[in-house]
Write a protein that binds this ligand. Structure first.
Ligand SMILES: C[S@@+](CC[C@H](N)C(=O)[O-])C[C@H]1O[C@@H](n2cnc3c(N)ncnc32)[C@H](O)[C@@H]1O
Length: 403
């Protein structure tokens, strides 16, 4: 029987040779052996040379996602188990800092389309490609067998699945169901010297919350915000369940206001503030409108954190999304007292660091503020970026000081 294969058009092998894992449908000259969705295929150059093993995605513009460049590798259960264990071992340094960790970050960990997040005794799987979909059972078995795991839950309800022709899926895959009051803990030492001095706990609604329940990617930036907050009047925009609000308040902010348009997120924020022994004002509002209200009231702040949702999801939305980023940063800069800090983020992969900095520069010009970048932030280290896959770098943040 022929091994299913994709044969590339002449000259289209360069990207795979440089270990970029995506094979776009425009590069494929021939599909051999009738592979089904998610099935492993050998990707070959036009001259027949083996390039990589990949998972076939017939419905997507990305026809295949490579997971191995070793010709005699078999993409089977042992392979998947090896990849998960390798990724888990690489994060063991985080064990003493938190019990909520991204164990597998998709392409960056050699498992395209697969996210595995651990929240204490629960593992959450998010499968967003046809290959990942096909790996559900073996991945559930591997994750369920990790030490201390009581249950595996699926949160495959992301938009990316539509592009793969896959319906949303959510529910228990193995073992116990996570409760609504699942807690995660982060050691909140700002430096090695005060290691263990403080810790935060946050509720994570694994079944209905954003992402897989919590913004694990902002772990390192929460600590940074805590170090910046002492004595500062703080505004946490797009606060969700109050991660940055809790950080600022426990870092000694003089007062904290958390703003979000979601009532359930703010009620979870209230519980997070209480369980960490700090206080903040919670405001349910549209940030764009509320910032104008604050401006009109002549309010000012010493620290503003802005962490909007992804405002650009498709290439054709870059201009519109950039205007929205500019708007929020412009309004935030106008509210800053002299010497105030703006910690501003974009989680849109299509808005690169250079463009984001240009947007914030445009906002500073319009706000007539002289602004220095005094720090740069990125996704937490359990969301690594494979150098051959720069698309994995999606979260960028600037710490700006306004004169
Ligand atoms: C990226 S999340 C923020 C994550 C949060 N900073 C954290 O670390 O947990 C974006 C948040 O923005 C909120 N949101 C989206 N559009 C909004 C708007 N126009 N006004 C206020 N909040 C909004 C969503 O409800 C969501 O909680």
């Amino acid at each position: 029987m022929t091994t299913p294969a994709l044969v590339l058009a002449p000259g289209r092998e360069r990207s795979l040779e440089r270990r970029h894992p995506w094979v776009f449908n425009g590069s494929v000259a021939e599909v051999v052996g009738g592979p089904g969705p998610g099935e492993p295929v050998a990707v070959r150059a036009a001259d027949g040379r083996f390039l990589a093993w990949a998972a076939y995605s017939p419905a997507s513009q990305i026809s295949a996602r490579a997971c191995s460049w070793v010709e005699d590798e078999r993409i089977d259960e042992a392979f998947l188990e090896g990849r998960v264990h390798r990724a888990v071992a690489a994060r063991s340094y985080l064990d003493h800092r938190t019990d909520a960790v991204r164990l597998v970050f998709a392409e960056s960990d050699g498992l395209p389309g697969v996210i595995v997040d651990r929240y204490g005794p629960f593992v959450v799987l998010q499968l967003s490609s046809a290959g990942a979909e096909r790996w559900r059972e073996p991945l559930t078995a591997v994750c369920g067998a990790l030490p201390g795991v009581d249950g595996v839950y699926e949160r495959s309800d992301v938009d990316a699945r539509k592009r793969e022709g896959l319906p949303p899926r959510r529910g228990v895959l193995a073992g116990a169901e996570p409760s609504a009051d699942l807690l995660l803990h982060e050691r909140a030492a700002w430096s090695e010297e005060d290691a263990g001095a403080r810790s935060w706990s946050f509720g994570a609604d694994v079944r209905h919350g954003h992402k897989t329940g919590f913004y694990l990617d902002q772990r390192a930036s929460r600590r940074v915000v805590a170090t910046l907050a002492a004595g500062r009047r703080t505004l946490d925009l797009f606060a969700y369940t109050g991660g940055f609000g809790v950080a600022a308040a426990s870092g000694g902010a003089s007062d904290v206001t958390c703003v979000d348009s979601s009532a359930p997120a703010l009620s979870a924020a209230r519980e997070n503030l209480i369980r960490n022994g700090v206080t903040a004002q919670l405001v349910e509002a549209d940030v764009f409108r509320y910032l104008r209200e604050l401006r009109d009231r002549g309010e000012s702040f010493d620290l503003v954190v802005a962490d909007p949702p992804r405002l650009v999801s498709r290439a054709q939305d870059v201009n519109r999304g950039s205007r929205a980023y500019k708007d929020v940063n412009l309004l935030a800069l106008k509210l800053l007292a002299p010497g105030g800090l703006l910690v501003t983020f974009s989680c849109s992969g299509l808005v690169g660091p250079d463009l984001f900095q240009k947007i914030v520069f445009g906002a500073a010009l319009d706000a007539r503020r002289e602004v220095q970048v005094v720090g740069r932030l990125t996704q937490a280290s359990d969301h690594p970026v494979l150098l051959s896959f720069p698309e994995g770098a999606y979260l960028k943040g600037l710490i700006c000081r306004a004169a």
